[in-house]
Design a protein. Structure first.
Length: 282
């Protein structure tokens, strides 16, 4: 891949990872346009997660620091028997929200045949998921309550919200951030609170995906294959654009609903149908 192609894909990944519009759909489209397929496509998508993860950790550094301190508090809780602090409760919610998605993602990679993985990454799946889960986001945003905040988060709610990430791990076009924001809104959490918690619980998933990508890039590259240096470029660009997209998302949700993202998903899904020779009219 050329440097320009890497930067374009990393920019797409960074801008779309935390927006409820599916980063995987955008990266798959760009990869297909540039002729990047299979292993290299997955590696670039995975390693860019390191950049977007770093952006989230920086933007929500106070919450992250609180959760880290809270994690140590959880370890000591059986001894101290003190009531859990806000940070400890956040850490516990993140822990509870993670295992299902990690298990499904690992099983998908190991157990699902390659031809089925390719079919799931096809344009028909991406287009359908983009539209269907966009409609679900609109429904949850309209019907969901507006009063619940982080301190109202229960372990059951955390588990249910986190478990929806498993859908995004299997079906490109779902949007991991989008499906978790949808679940949080359906459970009555404020828009900005739903977005913030969705991003925080995504940290373990992105860390695992980024580690997978880095390990894949550390081997001896074949001619024309993506290298570790390419991966570092992708991660750096994804960090910058990811930070910008988080700031934009939080600013938008303080002023309006998820409707702009829903309409974008509808337009993107329709464009995919019309532009794809395998499922559309052209």
């Amino acid at each position: 891949m050329s440097l320009l192609q890497l930067i374009i894909i990393a920019t797409l990944q960074g801008f779309t990872e935390w927006l409820p519009i599916s980063s995987s759909a955008h990266v798959l489209l760009a990869s297909g346009y540039f002729g990047l397929e299979g292993h290299d496509e997955l590696l670039i998508n995975a390693v860019s997660n390191l950049g977007t993860l770093a952006a989230m950790l920086l933007y929500f550094r106070k919450d992250v620091a609180s959760a880290i301190v809270g994690g140590f508090e959880l370890v000591a809780a059986p001894v101290t028997r003190k009531p859990l602090s806000k940070g400890a409760n956040l850490a516990l919610c993140i822990i509870v929200a993670t295992p299902v998605a990690l298990a499904v993602a690992a099983g998908y990679e190991k157990l699902l045949p390659e031809h089925m993985q390719s079919a799931l990454r096809g344009p028909a799946t991406v287009a359908g998921a983009t539209i269907i889960f966009g409609a679900l986001l609109w429904w949850a945003d309209v019907k969901g309550g507006r009063e619940r905040k982080e301190e109202d988060m229960t372990l059951l709610h955390a588990f249910l919200i986190g478990a929806t990430q498993a859908i995004a791990a299997i079906i490109p076009g779902t949007s991991r951030s989008g499906i978790t924001m949808t679940a949080a809104r359906a459970l009555g959490y404020e828009r900005s609170e739903a977005a913030r918690f969705a991003m925080l619980i995504g940290a373990p998933i992105l860390a695992a995906a980024g580690l997978y990508g880095m390990l894949g890039l550390m081997g001896e590259p074949a001619d024309g294959a993506v290298t570790l240096q390419d991966g570092m470029i992708v991660a750096g660009v994804a960090f910058i654009t990811g930070l910008a997209s988080i700031a934009a998302l939080m600013a938008i949700l303080r002023r309006m609903s998820f409707l702009p993202f829903v309409l974008y998903r509808f337009a993107l899904g329709l464009a995919l149908i019309l532009m794809s020779p395998t499922i559309g009219l052209i």
